[in-house]
Write a protein that binds this ligand. Structure first.
Ligand code: 5GP
Ligand code: MN
Length: 343
């Protein structure tokens, strides 16, 4: 139980004493960072007059339908406004990230802010000392679930309206592969059941998120699978890479490569999948694994990253070929060291 009475009392005191509240979440927004931000925004707005959402950059199109989405101010697009809001804030929420390095160029604003800070997050190994109150639980599937549990702990479940409900549900399904990852617990389903009992149209949300492909996106995916998938059978690993030029060829938009790495992981006999994506002059790397294979070790030890055991990310500063070479060189050792997990 992370929402203890003592910590909820601290939460209440921080909120009561704050005039201006800002909600932040990690760079490259996903369904959980947007979902948890909007859920908290809709919830707090009922008892607090001045709440804003500031994110490092804008979310992909498949999340723009969300109620209240226009409230999210992206630093990348409105630097002056975000700077002002962060400077004026008395209380800043850090949602769905565990260290200041995850909010890109907003890290400086966070560091300089004199506001009190509350983290609500589910990533492992939260950085110490950058928040005043920490609600961190790596066992929980999504930050959206933690927002629900926060509302529950404050006896506010009756305040869940359509906006809050859709935002929480979005976080749940996007961070759990639609309720299939091992992070899903009975509680996750209980929350979904409660939301649906309250009138949530779950199938519409799935359609809004998963059935809005463009022709270009499907063709980019097809190209990646047909031409760029490499399967290292004996090491039960598959990887895909996409250079900037290849993405440009299919006019790739933000979010278009989301989920591609899971397709590689879906291969029979493959237990680990990697996706290399050239982006802003560096190589962003996504790692996915099954069972107990700790890809976050790989991301942390070799690619300046981290994350969850089965889903992590990192980066390589340099060329695509060199990123792949580095990975291919490391791979046999990693598999050997983690032999028991690959069996
Ligand atoms: P994705 O592959 O979807 O970009 O990221 C999967 C997960 O890996 C994220 O939810 C996040 O926990 C983690 N992650 C991604 N990129 C980074 C990074 O650069 N640093 C750290 N520490 N974690 C990352
Ligand atoms: Mn999350």
């Amino acid at each position: 139980m992370i929402f203890t009475t003592e910590k909820i009392n601290q939460f209440n005191a921080l909120l009561t004493n704050a005039k201006k509240v800002v909600i932040t979440a990690h760079k490259s927004p996903d369904g959980d960072s947007i979902g948890s931000s909007l859920a908290l925004f809709h919830y707090l707005s009922k008892e607090h007059g001045d709440v804003s959402i500031c994110h490092p950059d804008k979310a992909p199109h498949f999340l723009h339908w969300m109620l209240g989405f226009d409230e999210v101010i992206a630093h990348q697009e409105n630097e002056a406004q975000v700077t002002q809001l962060m400077q004026d804030a008395d209380l800043i929420f850090c949602l769905d990230y565990n260290s200041p390095g995850r909010i890109g160029k907003m890290d400086d604003l966070l560091a300089k802010s004199t506001a009190k800070k509350i983290m609500i997050d589910h990533h492992r190994d939260p950085a110490e000392g950058f928040v005043d109150l920490m609600f961190s639980d790596p066992q929980t599937c999504s930050t959206a679930q933690l927002i629900y549990e926060l509302m529950e702990a404050r006896n506010d479940l009756d305040k869940i309206d359509r906006e809050t409900s859709e935002a929480i549900y979005t976080g749940l399904i996007t961070d759990t592969g639609s309720f299939r990852f091992s992070s899903v617990t009975p509680k996750t389903h209980e929350i979904a059941a409660h939301l649906i009992s309250n009138g949530l149209h779950h199938s519409t949300i799935h359609e809004n998120i998963f059935d809005t492909n463009t022709e270009n996106r499907i063709k980019l995916t097809s190209f990646a699978l047909l031409e760029k998938l490499v399967v290292v059978r004996d090491l039960q690993t598959a990887y895909i890479s996409l250079t900037q030029a290849e993405q440009t060829r299919f006019d790739a938009q933000k979010g278009d490569t989301e989920g591609l790495v899971n397709q590689a992981l879906s291969l029979a006999g493959v237990k680990m999948a990697i996706f290399f994506k050239e982006s802003d002059g560096i190589i962003k790397i996504s790692f996915r694994s099954v069972a107990t294979i700790p890809v976050n070790d790989l991301a942390r030890n070799h690619f300046q990253g981290g994350g969850h055991r089965n889903a992590s990310g990192g980066k390589f500063v340099g060329k695509m070929d060199d990123a792949i070479s580095k990975f291919v060189t490391i791979l046999p050792n990693f598999v050997e060291e983690n032999k028991s997990h690959f069996e």
